[in-house]
Design a protein around this ligand. Structure first.
Ligand code: HEC
Length: 157
């Protein structure tokens, strides 16, 4: 009896989890769509579309063992913001993955810059929606992230 009950509870919690996950996903997709509508027809270019419909799993490449090894190596050579952007942030920001503001794209960055640089630092450090805290690199210091943001901003000046 006890096992049956906890079995039910187990299944119940999985179902609950799936529902919550589904709702989150719908919300995210809807908000992305809303953003997309404001974008120029250029965003319908086949490459961009392919980028958007990529399997989500590829996003989490940073957590694969290979990438972790690369991270350990990179740690020794944490350089200026430019290097960090190339090594860490460009994974998403190069292509605008998950609607991230593209490197060097003024239109993407203008409304973000309006929030003030402190907000940008803050969101890069603490994360924002699909933007992982510190770009998914908890080993980076606040100053590292700030210099990476500074470099991103210098690309759209
Ligand atoms: C896993 C993908 C990913 C990585 C890696 C990533 N970003 Fe982002 N970033 C995003 C997404 C997605 C957004 C858009 C978030 C939103 O507005 O919902 C974003 C937004 C931002 C913003 C704008 C925040 C704002 O307030 O509008 C800044 C600044 C930023 N990222 C900095 C960085 C820096 C610096 C790094 C590297 C250390 C980095 N990102 C790495 C996905 C990523």
């Amino acid at each position: 009896m006890v096992t049956q009950k906890s079995g039910k509870f187990f299944v119940g919690s999985i179902v609950t989890f799936l529902i919550i996950f589904g709702v989150i996903k719908i919300v995210l997709l809807t908000s992305q769509d809303a953003g997309k509508q404001a974008v120029t027809p250029e965003s319908m270019v086949a490459e961009d579309v392919a980028e958007r419909i990529k399997p989500v799993a590829q996003t989490y490449i940073g957590e694969s063992p290979v990438a972790v090894a690369a991270v350990v190596e990179a740690e020794e050579s944490v350089g200026g913001g430019q290097q960090l952007v190339t090594q860490v942030c460009s994974m998403c920001h190069d292509s605008g993955l998950m609607s991230s503001p593209k490197l060097g794209n003024k239109a993407d960055w203008a409304p973000r810059i309006e929030q003030g640089v402190d907000t940008l630092y803050n969101n890069a450090i603490n994360g924002l929606n699909m933007m992982p805290a510190r770009g998914g690199r908890p080993d980076l210091s606040d100053d590292d992230i700030k210099s990476a943001v500074d470099h991103m901003l210098s690309l759209v000046e």
